[in-house]
Design a protein around this ligand. Structure first.
Ligand SMILES: *Cc1c(COP(=O)(O)O)cnc(C)c1O
Length: 391
């Protein structure tokens, strides 16, 4: 099945007795029993699939897991209570029986960098950060640091850089260090990291997957070789997504294909409009032919689906001018998060990259005049009109 069809069919319509519900019901039961004790014994022993206790499995959450597993062409998936919880589970399971050393991209989601520095480092994990767009530097860091695992994002935040994931995966395979990819910004509609050689994929389902700004969740999907420890650790630690949230996430995912196509098309229009606007200094967009990683994007992304995030720098502006500009927005939502059906704008210096010093931000290329937009499904004319009146 093609991904557009998997989106609406995978995981759903499991037979229940002598009828089949067209959509997966919300199962709230904490535990389950069977006519035969032998069967329950097999289920507890993981010889047979089926729910027994909610920390192990829940039919609603299992349906979501089957869906995202199919979207990413994985061997199995675990749905977690947040994207950060999913990343934590992925890192923990990758490092549990490997050297406590990580090679990580230097431009990661703020909380991910925070987790590596403030949780994994104090626990004894040695983290080496490297420029995700410098293949030679990655090769050198892996040879010198001998990591137990590697972690990167498909599209970096907020400057939207794209590393050569397939080649990085080759380096990771050679080093025996599973590559963990946060694919939140791209979605499996654009890039499927496991197909490119990565071992583990993570999403904040809060963003494009669920897509409606009404549920927090995350997923971990892995290939055959790396899935078992993820499930085992999840069964012990209980990072599970609850059945209500799983239902909402699954309902959202069904339209992800349509939303993403529209959002990517809108983003192209907004980015090219901004590129010629006199109030704009510079635009960062993955669909731009002058993007520094254009060759990689063309190689790894499908034609005309380049993502729906657009960052731009306002001309001659500092924090006060950016604040006034954002306060004048009437339709575009000034809120943290991304991937929702509505267009959103965020100020990285205040939000996602607040904890960095101005000097550190400057080093990463995040100026006080930079704003980041997540383009929604509205009529593109309305997005442009709102920006124009705010300028
Ligand atoms: C939002 C986000 C996360 C964290 O996800 P939560 O659901 O907020 O925990 C991780 N990675 C990226 C790229 C994100 O955008």
């Amino acid at each position: 099945m093609k991904i557009e069809s998997k989106l609406v069919h995978s995981g759903d319509r499991k037979k229940a007795g002598n009828y089949t519900p067209v959509s997966t019901p919300i199962y709230t039961a904490a535990s389950y029993f069977y006519d035969s004790m032998d069967q329950l014994d097999r289920i507890f022993g993981r010889e047979e699939a089926g729910p027994s206790y909610q920390r192990y499995d829940n039919p609603t959450t299992s349906a979501l897991e089957e869906l995202v597993r199919d979207l990413e062409n994985g061997a199995g998936a675990v749905a977690c209570s947040s994207g950060m919880s999913a990343l934590h589970l992925a890192l923990l399971s990758a490092l549990i029986d490997r050297p406590r050393r990580l090679v990580a991209a230097n431009a990661l989601y703020g909380a991910t960098t925070g987790m590596l520095m403030n949780i994994f480092t104090p626990l004894g994990v040695d983290v080496e950060f490297v420029d995700v767009c410098d293949l030679a530097a990655i090769e050198e860091a892996v040879a010198r640091h001998k990591p137990g695992a590697m972690v990167m994002e498909t599209v970096s935040n907020p400057l939207l850089r794209v590393g050569e994931m397939d080649r990085i995966a080759t380096i990771s395979k050679r080093a025996g260090a599973p590559l963990i990819v946060d694919n939140t910004f791209a979605t499996p509609l654009l890039v499927r990291p496991l197909d490119l050689g990565a071992s583990i994929v993570v999403h904040s389902a809060t963003k494009y997957m669920a897509g409606h700004g009404d549920v927090l969740g995350g997923v971990v999907i892995a290939d055959r070789e790396h899935f078992d420890p993820i499930k085992t650790i999840a069964r012990t630690m209980g990072p599970n997504l609850g059945p209500f949230e799983s239902y909402l996430a699954m309902r959202g995912i069904k339209t992800m294909g349509l939303r993403m196509e529209r959002q990517c098309a809108n983003a192209c229009k907004v980015a090219s409009w901004l590129a010629t606007h006199p109030r704009v200094e510079r635009v960062h967009f993955t669909g731009d032919p002058s993007h520094p990683d254009h060759a990689t994007i063309v190689r790894l992304f499908p034609k005309n689906l380049y993502g729906a995030m657009v960052a731009f720098e306002l001309k001659d502006a500092g924090k006060p001018e950016v604040f006034r500009f954002m306060e004048r927005l009437k339709m575009i939502v000034r809120a943290t998060s991304l991937g929702d059906v509505h267009t959103m704008m965020l100020y990285p210096a205040m939000a996602s990259h607040r904890d960095l010093s101005p000097k550190q931000r400057h080093k990463l290329g995040i100026g006080d005049n930079l704003v980041r937009m997540s383009i929604g499904i509205e009529a593109p004319e309305d997005i442009l009109a709102d920006l124009e009146q705010a300028f």
